[in-house]
Design a protein around this ligand. Structure first.
Ligand code: CA
Length: 228
């Protein structure tokens, strides 16, 4: 499950991201309205947690443009304003729920889970497939050509990210922040080592290679036949 958190307050953003990551979600954190707006409009998330008070574009406007663009992504508002008007406005604009700050993390997690259950029916996919590779998301299992592939938790997360964004070149810094939830220095080779291990499991015994290095830029997953 991919979640987008749009929160400009640094401590709150970090706290939410860490908690939700530990609860098993893939979390993308945007620290301002513009980034949040861009991500919400261009990528697909199962749920967006949207702070109302943002310095550039506020949460209401982000929600408004999402709905105007026909995007039905579930939205949970985080608001410090405990005024009835704001809550009504948020819900009228199409928010699915709201939570008034400060909140206990357990409360946030309960709301998130409820919303995801609600939105699960039409949009949730259990399986991701590329070529003969299949990821069974709820069971965290990968198979290629019906052969089971044993992956560590991080390897599975890395592969899931590559599959979800297939065809896109993913820079190492993006991989680091999405899979390891941290910022690596650009000279670290942690990502390269992880990719090498993943490749050995996913690609080595198969004629069709899926994981590709894009020199100087990063990695991408794409079906390319290298037998000829
Ligand atoms: Ca704020």
């Amino acid at each position: 499950m991919r979640l987008l958190v749009v929160e400009d307050e640094i401590k709150t953003g970090d706290y939410i991201r860490q908690g939700l990551t530990e609860a098993g979600f893939m979390v993308t954190l945007a620290r301002n309205g513009l980034d949040g707006h861009h991500l919400a409009m261009t990528e697909s998330f199962d749920l967006v947690l949207l702070d109302v008070m943002l310095p550039d574009i506020d949460g209401f406007r982000i929600l408004q443009s999402l709905r105007e663009a026909g995007r039905q992504t579930a939205v949970l508002f985080l608001t410090a304003r405990d005024s009835v008007d704001d809550r009504v406005k948020g819900l009228e604009l199409g928010a699915d729920d709201y939570l008034v700050k400060p909140f206990a993390f357990s409360e946030l997690l309960a709301r998130v889970r409820t919303l995801l259950r609600r939105s699960v029916v039409p949009v949730f996919t259990e399986y991701l497939t590329v070529s003969d590779l299949t990821l069974d998301l709820p069971r965290r299992r990968a198979t290629r050509a019906e052969r089971k592939i044993n992956l560590s938790h991080k390897e599975f997360c890395l592969l899931e990210l590559l599959v979800r964004r297939q065809g896109e070149v993913l820079p190492r810094t993006l991989i680091a922040s999405q899979v390891w939830d941290m910022n690596f220095d650009s000279d670290t080779n942690v990502i390269d080592v992880a990719i090498r291990r993943l490749r050995a499991k996913i690609d080595d015994n198969f004629p069709t290679k899926l994981i590709h290095t894009v020199r100087g830029m990063g990695y991408k997953l794409e079906v390319e036949d290298e037998t000829t």
